[in-house]
Design a protein around this ligand. Sequence first.
Ligand code: MOS
Length: 732
Amino acid sequence: MKFDTPAGTNPIDAMTVVGRAHDRVDGPLKTSGRAPYAYEHHEVAGDQAYGYIVGAAVAKGRIRTLDTAAAKAAPGVIAVVTAADAGKLGKGKYNTVKLFGGPDVDHYHQAIALVVAETFEQARAAAALVRVDYARTAGRFDLDSALKTAPLTGGDSDEGSGAPPVDRTGAFEKAFAAAPVKLDQGYTTPDHSHAMMEPFASLAMWEGDELTVWTSNQMIDWGRGDLATTLNMPKEKVRLISPYVGGGFGGKLFLRADAVLAALGARAAKRPVKVALTRPQMANNATHRPATRQRIRIGATRDGMITAIAHESGSGDQPGGSPETAVNQTKLLYAGKNRLTAMRLAVLDLPEGNAMRAPGEAPGMMALEIAIDEMAEQLKLDPVDFRVRNDTMVDPEKPERRFSERQLVRCLREGAERFGWSRRNATPARVRDGRWLVGMGVASAFRNHINYPSGARVRLGRDGRVTVETDMTDIGTGSYTIIAQTAAEMMGVPIEQVSVKLGDSAFPVSAGSGGQFGAANATAGVYAACVKLREAVAQRVGVNSADARFAGGKVVSGNRSVPLTEAAAQGELTGEDKIEYGGLDKTWQLSTFGAHFVEVGVDAYTGATRLRRMLAVCAAGRIINPKSARSQVIGAMTMGVGSALMEELAVDTRFGLFINHDLATYEVPVHADIPHQDVVFLDEADDKANPMKAKGVGELGLCGVGAAVANAIYNATGVRVRDYPVTLDKHL
Ligand code: MOS
């Protein structure tokens, strides 16, 4: 189905199942431990052996000798695999750095060997016996010094939110120089780790020249293609299965070392082999969100109209990598005739940087929304009013492009009302509650919506059950549930009558899970397949599909009404299709908006910050399931608290690694850190986005939260911190 004109009225609009809060259909399986994750597919292949990855102990250099004799002789060891044994390996399209290193080492903890043994403990013990002699060479590990000579570089994010190296509209420098009120400030964000709960894990099994890998991956088709490329084999011979994913946050968008090494280990051991990264390996073996150094300049008239705005960002990555596109939102969020965005990319020999939840906007909004707060203060304007004053209904760089839907002002106004924003004291450090200095902060939320083609197959069984098959993944987000809702609405059956099968490359290729594009695109693909199935049903019972309605388990046309079980009695019916996009997103700017409000208390004696209240108001198209969408947003707000207050990969610039590579030292919020969170969705149905009229919402919940927390801390204390995380040493 080609989506190239705005959606008219369609069966989803009935909203009998879609748009209602449904518990997760996979909830009972998950809470009872019966949903198998990658490391737990005990049922599918007998005789499984355990692989343990040996990671490089230097960040840059060459392996002189790699002695595996002692490891091979250790108890229980079946095989030891090195890159030298593996033959020539290709490099996947989505990988910047080789997943199996040696003799050259590109980063710390790059996989250089796999030990396969009968038990995990034997593999781990033997891995410690692998002797490696390295010739270490100097590496580039310090972002600030590397940025001094870094070139301007465009971003080509795999999640579709790229930006050119430099973009100009009007004459920024001139307008900025002439502006009566100005801000010119620097902001920094550190490297972040995805720190997802389920580690990277894969189980590989060969049958002849065919490979099956049970893995934990967000994008089945990307992973399948890149695994085939890496192993120099035809894509058709590779099957990837990933029905449940315990969090990804962008780290599992791509093929990683666990899958490649499990496949190589299984080949060497002639048995199924499973490999998981240990928690300490995850920070340095896998990808991370790159640190940024950002500069923002804003010029405005005395009455608070922005006349000039510039956002520059610098980040680093391995050779061939991409910049963190932290300038993305500044291109679209506020009005202003004279504009500049620019990005620099330094070469670093730290582990590969790549997408992490809301890549670009998440760190970009952390900076921009402090800058807006600072500017409002200079202008003596309420920060809500300053934002409202500079709202725009068109792309400020291309005024002929309108936003398909944009309710930023309503989000801000309604949020202010609900949060009691009028009680905020605009003068910092004036509100005291016992030992707590109390402050409120606000930030806009913004994240683009991305269209991706997405396919599905829907079957109507003779028993009247509807089964959906697509390689879409559920990374904890609720895909199973919203896909079941979509099929139930389209086929007119109760949700209990729908089975959803996901995460298998044997199924039609979907959009996958990433960049908050999964829910809207995957359900739109299911919609398209259901249209086909409805046609097949109508044809079978001899009615015109155009005026057939599907409701109450029946197809109804004129005065004919046929139960679906009767329609399918002579044999199962199938509909398969994919949603494809015909360029409405070129005519219209598809984005999602929100507002975050935060109240903090800062301990007047210790400087410790405690969240007191949080509210997000979101406008992001039709909300397919308000319950799972709310869970997405409160999860994102929690992640935003982490990035505001504690998350930071500490770079050891001498040895070139992230030194706090475990959850004891890479701190993320726990329940005790999170107070009352409220989420409100404004009514919206975006007919320019897709037939579901839905857009993404998960990452929107993250974008802006960090700045709202930082702004609240400023309001509480009067100390402006521009370097995240806002730890107590920075504002004491
Ligand atoms: Mo997204 S960066 O895959 O959470």
